[in-house]
Design a protein around this ligand. Structure first.
Ligand SMILES: Nc1ncnc2c1ncn2[C@@H]1O[C@H](COP(=O)(O)OP(=O)(O)OP(=O)(O)O)[C@@H](O)[C@H]1O
Length: 300
């Protein structure tokens, strides 16, 4: 559906995005994450044809964005990070206005607007856009990005800064778009959202790809699985295999070395003690992300 090769964007001497290559299949949800300034918005703007790449190619449905921008725009919906809305207009009129800009016929547009308002649970009750809540305004912007019934959606932080309920609603809505066969590319700061939603995740840092894959693959590649063993013995004075912590009457060790776990269970048995619990600790994508970005993590 989408192929990106050797994408680069320079602003003067500054390289905002460097040598990005990836492809996205039809019906996929593709997430882009990275710290502030990583190049997410720049990448999304290049994908949506708003910013011209300094180098590299983007093809969508076999069309080159440099040569066929107009055709591509007809099946593309873009939600910018901050979307200025016409505050003095009512939602229906606003959406109808954009439908006309896209050449959507009045009857089709009317039905589509009703469906969108219903699906997004957006009931403005005749209020002007300027008087709506932040979450409702975001929903209006999302509805606008869908007014031409695009196959490919590019959402820049669709749920950022919204209350958890609205954020959850938008996440569920994005999922329903995939079920309707749309391809969705979005950037986010909320890694839980990305992990629960995306088929593939691209992690960017300083404009470069750190990794790309499913959440499970990224976990496998970068996440250290740790083992946590909790046991009970009368005295642990002669235990010297790993650092011991106390949890009430019990002792706990956390290690990524399975042989330490095996030797500890033998030692516990030799002391006539009991194993209380043995489990693995799988790092969350958030923890892996922080580690990849060079932020130290503490496990307790
Ligand atoms: N028009 C521009 N002129 C000069 N530099 C720019 C321009 N647009 C973006 N940049 C720079 O490119 C880098 C990447 O910016 P971008 O907005 O793509 O990052 P981002 O990952 O979306 O960040 P955030 O999470 O803060 O939105 C930043 O250092 C930014 O200052």
């Amino acid at each position: 559906m989408i192929t990106v090769e050797g994408l680069r964007k320079e602003y003067g001497d500054f390289v905002a995005v460097e040598n990005l290559s990836f492809s996205i299949g039809k019906g996929e949800i593709f997430g882009i994450v990275g710290p502030n300034g990583a190049g997410k918005t720049t990448t999304l703007k290049m994908l949506s044809g708003l910013v011209r790449p300094s180098r590299g190619t983007i093809t969508m449905k076999g069309l080159d964005i440099g040569r066929d921008a107009v055709k591509i725009k007809s099946f593309l919906g873009f939600l910018p990070e901050e979307s200025p809305l016409y505050e003095g207009m009512e939602v229906d009129d606003y959406l109808m206005f954009f439908a006309e800009l896209y050449g959507v016929g009045k009857d089709v547009a009317g039905k589509r607007i009703n469906d969108l308002l219903f699906d997004l649970s957006l009931n403005a009750g005749g209020k002007k856009i300027g008087d709506l809540s932040k979450g409702m305004k975001r929903k209006v912007a999302i509805a606008r990005s869908l007014i031409n019934d695009p196959d490919i959606l590019i959402f820049d932080e669709p749920a950022s800064g919204l209350d958890p309920m609205t954020s959850r609603y938008i996440t569920d809505y994005v999922r329903s778009l995939r079920e309707a066969g749309k391809t969705v590319i979005f950037s986010a700061h909320n890694l839980y959202q990305v992990e629960s939603l995306c088929d593939n995740i691209l992690i960017l840092k300083n404009g470069r790809m750190v990794t790309l894959g499913t959440a499970a693959r990224i976990r496998e590649e970068f996440g250290k699985i740790q083992y946590r063993l909790e046991f009970r013995v009368d005295s642990a004075e002669d235990y010297g295999l790993a650092e011991l912590k106390k949890a009430g009457d019990d002792y706990v060790i956390i290690t990524n070395d399975i042989s330490i776990i095996n030797n500890t269970t033998k030692w516990v048995a030799s002391k006539g003690g009991d194993i209380v619990e043995m489990r693995t600790i799988v790092p969350s994508l958030e923890e892996i992300f922080l580690e990849l970005m060079g932020v130290e993590l503490f496990v307790d």
